[in-house]
Design a protein around this ligand. Sequence first.
Ligand code: ASP
Ligand code: MG
Length: 404
Amino acid sequence: MKIVVLKFGGTSVGTITKIKKIAKIISNYSKKRYSVIVVSSAMSGVTNELIRKSKEISNNYSDAEYDVLVSSGEQVACSLIAGRLVHNGLKSRSWLAWQIPIFTHGPHKNSRINNIYKTKILKYLKSGGIPIIAGFQGINNEERLTTVGRGGSDASAIMLAKFFKARRCIIYTDVEGVFTTDPKKLINAKKIKVISYEEMLEMASLGSKVMQPVSIQDARLNRIDIEVKSSFTNKLGTLITKKSNIINNKIITGISSTNNDSKVTLVGVKDRPGVAASIFRPLSKNLINVDMVVQNISANGKETDLTFTIKTEDLNKTKKIIKENNDINFRKLLFEKGVSKISIVGVGMITTPGVTFKMFQALALKKINIKVISTSEIKISVLIDKKNTKKALIALHKEFKLNK
Ligand code: ASP
Ligand code: MG
């Protein structure tokens, strides 16, 4: 059996017209003698609307009920797709997670799929049926409904591809694929043909919202190739695969940027063990996401400066938490709004010397000042004034020849 998993995101099933259109994509695969497993998300906007209702009825809505409520959007979409395929003369039906079953573990709202029973679906595929499976949902070992995090139907598709050993796993969405940088910020952005899981993870966590980041981890751990493409055009998308499948002549694969960051500096903190922990403990307790962190070396061995970045929406809360924190002493507290983080990402930098220099020089030539630097094996990030974001994107895109 040649199995293909086709996943449709919310915008691809957002209206009746769009559902009719994707029904054609599905039947084309079926005509090519693929055994097709379809995974669908809820129609766009539906999940948000359900979450809104849960908040309206209670500011303390139970996590287990949340899962029952928000997973209902997928049921609607799946039934409509199956209904259209039947209308077109094909054999199809909807499958909810409990009917298969798809098992998950971990907490409600953020469970992970750990097992999928294959018998019923295999039998249905063998009989020529096209199963339309509700993404995003599962059941736990108490047979309660669970969900796998926002955007989680990507994870459903990847785990189905794993358990059914699919030849292909295609994620249909409203963009043509993964781009070298956000096409809304830079018209020169180019579609990336092939990208590694590691690069995709860096790009995804940096704000290229093409796929649910944890689902890319699932794909990486299980070595599932993913094709991301648009359901609205017929163009080739982006292949997400393992590093060794990529022959690349580029040092950098993509550039990402954040929008609304703020920088916080504590001047003159005591340089002794436990200080950093006592600064960040209350922030993490309050769910404030700290991004870049740099600590200066201490010139006199007694005091040091500590800088970190956060989302600007968390700035007031952060100020308050630090000021009220009696565990730490510092001489001065500095804040700066309106900064943005630009990161270049690429496995090519592991083997190419001088990438850091190239990046800094390209920014220097445009007179862009760098405030904070941080690096990982395949990523270099700099913090700059937000007003220079576009200028920096253009300069770096050109420097690393991403226009071609
Ligand atoms: N419908 C769910 C959500 O909006 C799952 C998904 O879209 O993948 O988060
Ligand atoms: Mg979605």
